[in-house]
Design a protein around this ligand. Sequence first.
Ligand code: NAD
Length: 415
Amino acid sequence: MSDPSPLATARAQLATAVDILGFSDGMHQMLATPRREMRVAVPLRRDDGGIELLHGYRVQHNISRGPGKGGLRYSSHVDLDEVRALAMWMTWKCAVVDVPYGGAKGGVTIDPATHSKGELERVTRRYTSEIMPIIGPERDIMAPDIGTDEQTMAWVMDTFSVNVGYTVPAVTTGKPLAVGGSLGRATATSRGVVDVAAAALADAGVPLSQVSAAVQGFGKVGSHAAVFLHQAGARVVAVSDEHGGIYDEQGLDMPRLMRHVAATGTVVGFDDAESIDNATLLALEVDLLVPAAVEGVLDERTAATVRARWVVEGANGPTTTAGDKVLADRGVIVVPDILANAGGVVVSYFEWVQANQAYWWTEAEISERLELRMRTAYNAVAELARRDGLTLRDAALVIGVRRVAQAHETRGLYP
Ligand code: NAD
């Protein structure tokens, strides 16, 4: 199998879990099929007065355990099948960390780098207006993903609120603090990545402070993951973004690197470090590899070059089915996306709870509850993997898929 799409990867993962669980074909189809999909045209008036016609999507893969939950992606690579795959992964992720949500995802096919802030605001407001009928705090709640941020979530929240006539903070998570965001949300995904990395290493008796690490992707997830790894004493020797990567065998000076990225927008050009490309980063001789960029980077070919002992998936779907098999055969321990990057959705859940109660928690309460949820989820997955001889991915999928199937069975089939 060569370079399958994210949707093919997501479907193959579900098929494996269904096989292990011994579910019927009917249940398999129920779990595989999105409940609701919306495709919208998003006409944008450009700053020069011209009109650009964009395409947007919102997929609610499953809403049996609660409202849809999932990010909004702005990228020129977005298409309906990618959004379907990401929505399916959200369903299992919410179930693995046991938050009362289904899985959803949205996207607009746009390159944010070639659009002004005003244009991005207009796209966001028009897209939100088009999908208004299917979103809301009890229906489907958005969060940032690739190419979107807390400002995007503020625009979504404002557009929704203006349309219904009152302020509805709980329609999005990952908002700025000033409009009902939660302390700790911006770094929650990365904290969770580092928490589960520490737990996986601890299973082998290795402390984080003794490992070297490489992080692919230096956006919201990758940059903070690199900083937290550095703070925990790990030697972060390489990082990259879509423009290229940098390497320093002694370990990168993270505070200086963060300042360089804030000033230039990329890790490239950081002095005192060697330039490398993304393929080289994946193949570095490090203990821990954190892919935190895009899907499908660890395929059959690149997985064969990985020399890390642990891969902790910050990104969604970074490993293809064939890549997964190569890594497993080579004894690489993969902590799967639906567990490893679930810290974001856990604190999104906290943000939604706080917004619904109009009562805000302290940062200490949030980080303590986040760590507890991540450790509990990791322990359940690791225990099942040990007991039944499964990979961590298959164990996480089995737990997530079983919980969703239980919701279907308990609710019954209407009519
Ligand atoms: P982001 O837009 O903030 O950052 C993406 C980073 O990846 C950027 O540094 C970009 O330059 C880099 N990148 C893009 N294409 C690349 C390529 N081909 N090779 C190497 N680097 C590349 O996005 P993000 O929110 O950090 O999301 C990253 C991944 O984490 C995605 O898979 C996303 O779905 C997943 N994720 C994000 C969150 C969250 O809370 N933001 C939560 C869970 C999972």
